[in-house]
Design a protein around this ligand. Structure first.
Ligand code: SF4
Length: 223
């Protein structure tokens, strides 16, 4: 089993329940969901001509579609070689659930790391029982993929970007037709730190005892 890796880096998690936690980000290449506002569109296509060495992938300084092929052991070896200190690993994309993440989670967990996956909820999840699953449900996107009830049921956290009330209404409709974990965390994330979106998200979180996710990395101007 190999994974196509767009980038690996160490930073602080800026979103959701683990905001502020030092984290190793592993961004996987490939996503067919097609969100118009996606800020990682360079991960959508996996073109053979974009394949590079692991060293070249790690050396990238700007967002680009170059990717490297790695096994779970390669990824663990790179974490050690890069001297990353974080114990939390965020698997993101692209759409990481397009890959079988069980071998990767087993290797990383055997080395004392805790995994989190960030997914659109549109692909079957293949992750360990211990993996923290963050579903950011992508509804009615051009790719035509449906948010899967089994992903919603597995979610430890549901993180939803909002700009206006209709986005909260759409989330309500989705939640009403899903079975969820009793302890699921629901986070609202104002899109692009817009003041009106932030005010709406704050009011809604306080009223419903949900969490506010502010994308801390954008306030800190870090990756
Ligand atoms: Fe972008 Fe994520 Fe939507 Fe894929 S699911 S298009 S990576 S925002």
């Amino acid at each position: 089993m190999t994974y196509r890796i767009n980038e690996m880096f160490e930073t602080l998690q800026g979103e959701g329940t683990f905001t502020g936690v030092p984290s190793i980000f592993i961004r996987l290449q490939g996503c067919p969901v097609g969100c118009p506002w996606c800020d990682t569109q360079h991960t959508w296509e996996t073109r053979p001509q974009d394949q590079v060495s692991v060293a070249a992938m790690l050396a990238k300084s700007t967002a680009a579609s170059a990717w490297a092929e790695m096994t779970a052991d390669d990824i663990m070896d790179t974490i050690v070689a890069q001297d990353y200190q974080a114990k939390h690993v965020v698997i993101t994309g692209g759409e990481p659930a397009m890959f079988d993440l069980l071998p990767l989670s087993q290797v990383l967990e055997a080395n004392g790391l805790q995994l989190q996956i960030e997914t659109s909820g549109t692909f079957e999840l293949k992750v360990s029982r211990q993996t923290w699953v963050t579903v950011s449900p992508k509804l009615d996107m051009p790719g035509g993929y449906l948010v899967r009830p089994d992903c919603m049921a597995r979610a430890n956290e549901i993180k939803h970007p909002i700009a206006m009330q209709k986005h909260i209404d759409a989330l309500d409709q989705l939640l009403a037709r899903c079975d969820l974990r009793e302890d699921v965390q629901i986070c609202l994330q104002p899109i692009s730190q817009r003041p009106r979106a932030t005010a709406l998200a704050m009011q809604t979180c306080i009223r419903r005892n949900w969490r506010l996710s502010v994308q801390l990395h954008k306030y800190l101007n870090i990756e």
